[in-house]
Design a protein around this ligand. Sequence first.
Ligand SMILES: Nc1ncnc2c1ncn2[C@@H]1O[C@H](COP(=O)(O)OP(=O)(O)O)[C@@H](O)[C@H]1O
Ligand SMILES: [Mg+2]
Length: 358
Amino acid sequence: MQKRQLIQEQKKIYQQALASQLVTAVIILNQDLNIVYLNPSAEALLNKSLAKLYHYPADYIFANTTINNKRLKQLLASGQELTDSDIVIEFSESHRFTAEVTASSVEFDQKPHVLLELKQIDQQKQISLEVFQHQQWVAARDLIKGLAHEIKNPLGGLRGAAQLLNRELNTEQQEYTNMIIEQADRLTNLVDRLLGPNQLPQINQNNIHSVLEKVCQVISFSNEKQITLVRDYDPSIPLIECDQEKIQQAVLNIVSNAIQAIENDCSITLKTRIASNKTINGKRVKLTAQISIIDNGPGIPPHIQDTLFYPMVSGRSNGTGLGLSISQTLVNQHQGKLSCHSRPGHTEFVILLPLTQQ
Ligand SMILES: Nc1ncnc2c1ncn2[C@@H]1O[C@H](COP(=O)(O)OP(=O)(O)O)[C@@H](O)[C@H]1O
Ligand SMILES: [Mg+2]
């Protein structure tokens, strides 16, 4: 009897201490899905204290993720546990992380609660995923380039032969050879775009903001949708070693997509910052210029998010799917990185360009 009591006492002590010792971040929600407890790991992960977040709705943390109120209510009703990996949690632009989240229902004080366990997906994994995706992109691009070359060579011969033949024919028959020439030209044009930018960048010292202003100028000429352009520039960014035309083209492709995607009266923000200690293709870069192109449109269709930068991936019926692939090539030519993060209402493309330290 005494032993049993002792075990009960011990159990209480350990259980109380347990949550505060766990490496896993633990969040407890009450029946109304408000936060009632965070263990120290959760406070560290979220960068906020329990005192600050007490009684905030779960939505505050999990906004725009698959962990929504409907599912949590279902969980409370059915008791069926749910696990989602790759949940991107963002409180503010500076504090974003990816986590695996498990939710289960538990009873405290005879009332049902939701127990959430969060495990941050570690950075190393994120980096290897990025490197892997980059390699996939290179493989896809090389395959298409190889094919494009193979098509291009005989096309020249075809067109030349049609031209020679043209001279031998009467006007009526020339209609056919003209058709061959016209279609060969159309194909050559497509193949050239598939081959992508083939000139090496002409590197100069450039002010990134004058490059962005050029883009603004181009789009303001045909601003049919009355889109608001917001500039959020950091004037302290030093001159960047880049090919002005190429960076302008890379940004223009991204902005054009945003314009096509958004409704009337939406906005596009061009933001520049200096960012330190970023990884570009698995390598750490001390100092970079960060150019973000943000829109508040519908977001990238989920089915193309993973292959967004591959050539010929398009979400539009009349799209070629080359714009982003070309932007990626242009940014890569500068040893930079182009990435994207999108959800409905917020799509953000980020270009990182290494800054040489002077
Ligand atoms: N800002 C954006 N908002 C929504 N969808 C976008 C955005 N940017 C790109 N996309 C999607 O990515 C696809 C690929 O873009 P891109 O490579 O430029 O090819 P294309 O514009 O020819 O379709 C687009 O078709 C569109 O579905
Ligand atoms: Mg495009």
